[in-house]
Unconditional design. Structure first.
Length: 257
């Protein structure tokens, strides 16, 4: 081994580490927004310390930064998408179907417009419109007919997972295998909810009891129909962000070439 080459390599590696450290030593107020967001996600135990509100907050931070020309932006969007998938999968595996449905299918906001030009009203996210717009002294049937004939619905904030998936797909920046991965996991979430419901399992305690008393074959069958997502891609995207902060030309298989 060439001693001088070894020493040069050592100091080159040290320089890279110092550059990385310098990025994350910056005060929060002056740190680069994208790297700060990446660090915030690193500090969070996914999926146990995250929910829809937190993911929405991170999406807002990313979109406010607006650095869409940077590959780091799209890697962070992948991380946010992974956080949402991991969160939804964890909800399903714990039989919290309503919370999973909010992430996957239930719009975050629907505005109700009436024909009489009154200001629009935000629809209850959970619950029936016939209860929200029930007219005193009128039957529920009358209320339903009024809603059908006089109200129009406008989805102003779609569910977070379809919103993130559409953003990734439309960007032209994301590798096709990752888009296919996201589509598969969204389908798996839906299939797992359907599987558990078909077995009349609606609470985590029910699932635990059913699994505990099952034969090994049945236990394996049940487990194979759950989500059980891992955080490999979430970690991979975070590592790629840190590499690109030092070398923007660093390739990443999650992004299109």
């Amino acid at each position: 081994m060439n001693p001088s080459l070894s020493i040069e390599s050592h100091f080159s590696n040290m320089s890279q580490h110092l550059k990385t450290a310098a990025i994350f030593r910056q005060p929060a107020a002056s740190a680069q927004p994208l790297l700060r967001l990446n660090a915030l996600m690193d500090e969070t135990i996914i999926p146990y310390e995250v929910n829809e509100e937190q993911i929405e907050s991170w999406v807002s931070m990313l979109e406010t930064a607006g650095e869409m020309a940077s590959p780091i932006y799209w890697l962070l969007l992948i991380r946010l998408n992974e956080a949402a998938l991991l969160c939804a999968g964890n909800y399903v595996d714990n039989c919290e179907f309503s919370a999973a449905g909010d992430l996957l299918a239930n719009p975050r906001e629907i505005r109700v417009h009436s024909n009489d030009a009154r200001p629009s009203v935000r629809k209850w996210r959970h619950g029936r419109m016939s209860d929200q717009f029930r007219i005193n002294g009128r039957s529920q049937r009358h209320t339903i007919e009024t809603i059908k004939n006089e109200y129009q619905l406008e989805i102003t904030r779609p569910p977070i997972l379809p919103y993130l998936f559409r953003s990734l797909k439309d960007s032209g920046q994301i590798a096709r295998p990752y888009l296919a991965h996201t589509d598969r996991q969204m389908r798996q979430i839906t299939d797992a909810i359907g599987f558990l419901a078909s077995w009349q399992i609606f609470e985590a305690a029910d699932l635990h009891r059913r699994t505990l008393s099952a034969t090994p074959e049945t236990r394996s069958f049940i487990t194979s129909h759950l989500c059980r997502f891992n955080n490999r891609i979430f970690i991979q995207a975070g590592d790629a962000v840190r590499r690109m902060a030092i070398d923007p030309s660093c390739p990443c298989e999650l992004l299109s070439t």
